[in-house]
Ligand binder design. Structure first.
Ligand code: LLP
Length: 433
């Protein structure tokens, strides 16, 4: 089975208690405290290998990791060592992968409102490609590249007009999306590049249709539309553009009712379309979630409970500040108790977060062994869009993250301290006591 079709990291074992990467999760919770993000290196590397071998059949595929899913220096190191490039969307992501020693020629800078400061940083650090989103950006990028006497390789971000079945907030390919050029605007921007923007070197086109996608047909349609569009542009303008970036978006299995296609079926659906096409463009893919999600779990300690006639809440020591996905997208997760619960009866509970919002629920109505204070609960599939979307809401310290492998655990993000929380505050002199 493909890693994205598992709910749990591949190294998960149940002995007296739960282990991942050979590490006893109860001991990790004691050693590093909770909430704690845990990343299983073996799962992460396995999914990287799976992607590489699935796309091996097509000669010209380049793998990138969408770093918005989880961007830390150690994670960037691992992805770089696996030969992946990076899809980045901010100065912060570019800086992180740069400092981690990534090959900057394999970095793409993407986003619908890149600032001048960010474009300058990306030019200074020689990112390999820009995905140009709009007319304003093309003009600004050309101006800044000219000032720096650089020639910058770009793809044009386009919206292929594909509606896929996912949460409205994470759809991006439909024609009224805020991202990219509408297909009807492409000729105009190509003309501008050819006639005026001499420091821009157009290489191809880029699209991303959405996230947590299960329908392979959406990808086949997307690739066909992009190939047709590339051919059309080449014919009309006598060009030889040969790069297609098809984005990311492959779904993962958060609960038993999710049935994502495997990575190899995903690759096949793309190959089938590419093999029909006469020219053989270079194809970039840039998944985020399906690379990192399953490798990650979050550990929480149980605290208070509230028993109502028809409902029991058990509160954990984290919630929407470290994982906003349930409250933002009604996302569902699977949980397991880490410590030994032999002999306890099973009951239906709602795992509540600790933040001051009624919507801060981690899992609604899940069957678990009776829970008591200081039990440790593991939430699966939290590697993607948890730490990267975490906040300090309620002035919470963001959790630590550890990397586990071969029974070893290493801190890769330190827990924030109370001092960190006020480190950037300033009290103006006139308010001082
Ligand atoms: N490429 C582009 C241009 C993107 O905008 C994205 C994600 C990706 C690649 C990676 O997509 P993935 O393979 O991770 O699905 N916060 C939301 C997901 C937002 C995705 C935004 N763009 C969530 O937690 O579900």
């Amino acid at each position: 089975m493909s890693v994205n079709q598992f709910i749990k990291p591949v190294t998960t074992e149940r002995k007296d208690c739960l282990y991942i990467g050979g590490c006893n999760l109860y001991e990790l919770a004691q050693k590093y405290s909770t909430p704690l993000y845990v990343i299983d290196e073996e799962t992460l590397r396995r999914v990287c290998h799976e992607y590489k071998s699935a796309f091996n059949d097509y000669p010209n595929v380049k793998m990138m990791y969408a770093s918005k899913a989880l961007c830390t220096s150690a994670i960037a190191r691992i992805l770089d060592s696996e030969g992946f490039g990076f899809d980045t969307v901010s100065a912060g992501e570019i800086y992180t992968v740069y400092k981690a020693g990534a090959d900057m020629s394999k970095v793409l800078f993407n986003g619908n409102n890149k600032t001048q400061r960010e474009i300058e940083l990306a030019l200074d650090l020689n990112v390999g490609r820009f995905s140009v989103d709009n007319f304003y950006e093309a003009e600004l990028l050309n101006k800044l590249a000219l000032q720096k006497e650089k020639n910058v390789k770009i793809l044009l971000r386009v919206t292929p007009g594909i509606e896929c079945h996912t949460h409205d907030y994470i759809k991006t390919g439909q024609s009224d999306s805020k991202f990219g050029f509408d297909i009807s605007q492409i000729d105009k921007i190509v003309e501008l590049i050819l006639d005026k923007y001499k420091n821009i070197d157009l290489k191809g086109i880029h699209a991303h249709i959405g996230s947590q996608i299960f329908e392979l047909q959406s990808y086949s349609d997307e690739v066909q539309i992009l190939i047709d569009e590339l051919n059309r542009i080449n014919n009309k303008f006598s060009l030889n553009l040969n790069e297609l970036n098809i984005g990311g978006g492959l779904g993962v299995k958060y609960t038993n009712s999710d049935q994502p296609p495997s990575i190899s079926d995903f690759a096949k659906s793309i190959h089938t379309v590419l093999n029909r096409c006469k020219s053989k463009p270079v194809v970039y893919i840039e998944p985020g979630r399906s690379i990192i999600s399953t490798a990650g779990v979050t550990l929480y300690k149980v605290g208070s409970s509230k028993i109502l006639p028809n409902k029991k809440y058990v509160a954990l020591d984290g919630g929407m500040a470290d994982n906003p996905r349930p409250s933002m997208y009604q996302a569902e997760y699977t949980a397991e108790v880490v410590n030994n619960t032999n002999g306890r009866s099973i009951e239906k509970v709602t795992l509540a977060g600790r933040f001051c919002e009624s919507g801060d629920i981690i899992i609604n109505d899940i069957e678990l062994p009776e829970l008591y204070p200081n039990d440790v609960v593991c939430i699966y599939n939290t590697g993607a869009y948890n730490y990267s979307m975490a906040s300090n809401y309620n002035k919470a310290e963001r959790p630590a993250m550890v990397l586990v492998n071969n029974s070893q655990s290493d801190m890769i993000v330190y827990r924030e301290s109370l001092e960190d929380l006020i480190a950037k505050d300033n009290i103006p002199d006139r308010l001082r006591k």
